[in-house]
Write a new protein. Structure first.
Length: 387
């Protein structure tokens, strides 16, 4: 039985080289075929019985040639080379069984070759059926000893092949995850940059208009506006760096203060009503909502008044912003700023509504669920108080 074990060891090399370059594949095939030296030695020494040396030599050569061709097209045997692969498998099976019957123990190792080829070439279910049939042939020819070898090495290579398939699937899945992560990161950066640049550039444009108005009649006021422009520009640079690094957050209180300031600079009276501090993650999302809402009011509404309320209702933090202006057009309402805000809220498990308010004006409502804590549950339903 030594030659069957050597045959299987040689096939381990063949398995791991199945998809390598041609030179590597030739090396693997040669390594596996080298273990045919055992029946060849019996043939040369004259120990072969039950038939002529010429027939045995021809059969062994045909087996080796069929094996090489089958192994060479192995990756495509279930695809474009299916017909050729099936024919080669049939020839290989006939030679392995026929030579084993005709020449006895010296050629029983060919059944192990056949078992391993079946494990490599066929889908799992078909391979298991082929291995069982080969084992049955081995039992019929020489008893259970070779059948054990056939089943053992066949099942091992079925398992290894399946493991290699799983590894390839895992690598593919990892590549897809990496691609999705890169795409998500690009989306995050573009969304953050749109938020901060849209708002800050609107503030810079507004401050520049005020500075130009004050330039001739109130130089001190114009200088203050220019200082504000410089401050906003520096803040924009810092926020852009934080956005690229993924470190950007938004404090709800600071965003509401900023909204009050820029709306007042635009001549829009602002009333802000709020509640106690919220969890950091909730404040960040609602802070982005306050910033985007204020930017829309400045750029699109032509409003005279804006009301902002922050409240908690049934375990949900809500920011409600409404004005008495015209509101953005249908095209603006579908802009990337509101889309990005809707995406942020969806990621946080929240909801987003924006559109014309009853009675005129525009209304934006952002809702984010609060993390359930005993303290939160005790204070749910708290009425809004003046900020």
């Amino acid at each position: 039985m030594n030659e069957t074990r050597h045959t299987a060891h040689g096939y381990w090399f063949a398995l791991f080289g199945a998809h390598s370059d041609p030179w590597g594949r030739m090396l693997c095939v040669g390594t596996a075929l080298a273990f045919l030296a055992f029946p060849i030695s019996d043939l040369v020494s004259g120990r072969v019985s039950g038939g002529s040396d010429a027939v045995a030599a021809a059969g062994l050569a045909a087996f080796a040639a069929t094996f090489v061709r089958l192994f060479w097209i192995l990756p495509a045997i279930t695809g474009e080379r299916r017909i050729e692969g099936a024919a080669l498998l049939a020839v290989l099976a006939a030679l392995a069984v026929g030579l084993s019957i005709a020449f006895g123990e010296s050629f029983l190792g060919l059944l192990v070759y056949l078992s391993v080829v079946l494990a490599l070439a066929l889908p799992t279910a078909a391979a298991l059926g082929g291995i069982a049939a080969t084992a049955a042939a081995a039992v019929a020819i020489d008893g259970p000893d070779v059948a054990v070898e056939v089943v053992t090495f066949g099942l091992i290579l079925v398992g290894v092949r399946r493991l290699m398939d799983l590894v390839r699937e895992l690598e593919t899945a990892r590549a897809q995850v990496a691609e999705l992560a890169a795409s998500e990161e690009r989306l995050r950066i573009s969304r953050d940059l749109h938020d901060l640049l849209g708002h800050n550039l609107s503030v810079i444009a507004l401050k520049s208009q005020l500075a130009r108005r004050f330039l001739g009649r109130d130089p001190a006021a114009a200088e203050n506006e220019v200082r504000d422009i410089e401050s906003v520009a520096r803040t924009s640079l810092q926020e852009a760096r934080a956005a690229v690094l993924g470190l950007r957050t938004a404090s709800l209180a600071s965003e509401l203060d900023r909204a009050r300031e820029v709306l007042a600079a635009a001549g829009i009276a602002t009333e802000i009503r709020g509640t106690r501090p919220l969890p950091a993650g909730v404040e960040t999302v609602l802070g982005f909502a306050a910033r985007e809402g204020a930017t829309n009011v400045i750029r699109h509404s032509h409003a005279q008044r804006c009301e902002i309320a922050v409240r908690e209702v049934d375990g949900v933090a809500e920011l409600d912003m409404r004005d008495d202006g015209e509101g953005p057009s249908a095209d603006a309402n579908r802009g990337s700023g509101l889309r990005g805000l809707a995406e942020r809220l969806a990621e946080a498990g929240g909801t987003f509504d924006a559109g014309r308010a009853p009675g005129g004006g525009f209304r934006l409502v952002a809702r984010v669920p609060l993390s359930p804590t005993p303290h939160d549950e005790a204070e749910h339903g708290t009425e809004p108080v003046e900020a």
